[in-house]
Design a protein around this ligand. Sequence first.
Ligand code: SF4
Length: 436
Amino acid sequence: MATLLDPRRPPAFCPGCAHERCLHALDRALVQLGLSAGDVVVVSDIGCSGLMDTFFATHAFHGLHGRALTYAAGIKLARPHLHVIVTMGDGGVGIGGAHFLEACRRNLNLSLLILNNFNFGMTGGQFSCTTPPDASTASGFLQGLEKPLDICAVAAAAGAPFVARSTVYQRGLSQLLSDAIAFPGFSVVDIWGPCTGRYAKRNPMRPEDLEEKMAQLPTFRGPIPGNRRPEYGGQYRALSGKKPPMGPTQFCIETDFFPAVDDRREVILAGAAGNRIISAGTLLAHGAVAAGMHVTQKNDHHITVMKGPSVSEIIISPVPVGFTGVECPDAILAVAQEGVLRTEALLGKLLPTARIIAARDLSLPPVSAHTLKVDFSAHGIRRSERALAAVALLARTGDPITVEMLRAAIARTLQGKALEESLNLLARTETISLAP
Ligand code: SF4
């Protein structure tokens, strides 16, 4: 008889383990569907069910506990022609519950076989999300405190279009698995059976006991009409094919200038949300890149909008920058008190040769650096313009970039009204005295 099992590796489970019956039922289903080993990927979870893939001669993937569906989704999206079958225990469903719900909602064409033996067999028989409250397990009384999960009810409620429940003893299990695999969407089969090595030793489990317990729950035998809908992968390919390809934006900045400095410089822009700190830092960085310098920009800001500190750290260097952290700034451009508070530790480290350009209304800790206090308001410079104005004043010192380099960066980077306003701002800063 044809088989997709690997003859070099016979199945090895504890005697009477339900997993072995399930393994053979799956093998029969694959053969019945006329699939070859190269058509199939068995993605297994952790636990004794995680051995399943090792006994098949098909493609296989074995990953982290509870995450098998995530790998399977990636494989199916990348190789849609493959039949991707996920084997997972009840332990894996509990651990990876969110992935299970997502798979039901998404409806990617995967087949999930849950080898449900009501405990974590491999680790000694601890309770899982499906353990009955009155069971005896290796984890004492804990299972008595929680309501067991009805996997099929949850799958159906979450949108799975094919949901079935069976014991390993039921006739027609391989046909059920065959139907699940052939179904054009996400299919879940909750397969009950004993873990003879652990759980069934304390909780005798005859086939009729399983049938009796199963009869107390709603019946699930396949397609859920209300959940039928187009399969995710096909829709994804159809929609993504109409979009331009996604990828990193690549552009080249021509080297138009000689470097203004021949040594490393560290500059910090410190302000608040709304000061356009990061935009101004980017223009400074662009200016230096156009002179062939290596530049890094590291930004620090809250997720809040128009509130909270905003800091941008720029390193400009004639050699590649290995570590992007600023250790001893050469210049700090401070335009809001929140930024001063955020950079207080670095302000205290400034060397006497360092430069501070700060808004006049800020309170700074005592420092020995050259400090230029600027009354931005008196020059009609708004809060949102302060950061770029401070960069322009720094550029007027010619270190680490020049005004020409900054102007070219603005012209290269901005467009329309933003370009016009920034060039206008640059012109206005020329009237500000650089005398302390
Ligand atoms: S411990 Fe339980 S689940 Fe694991 S192989 Fe043995 S019987 Fe099967």
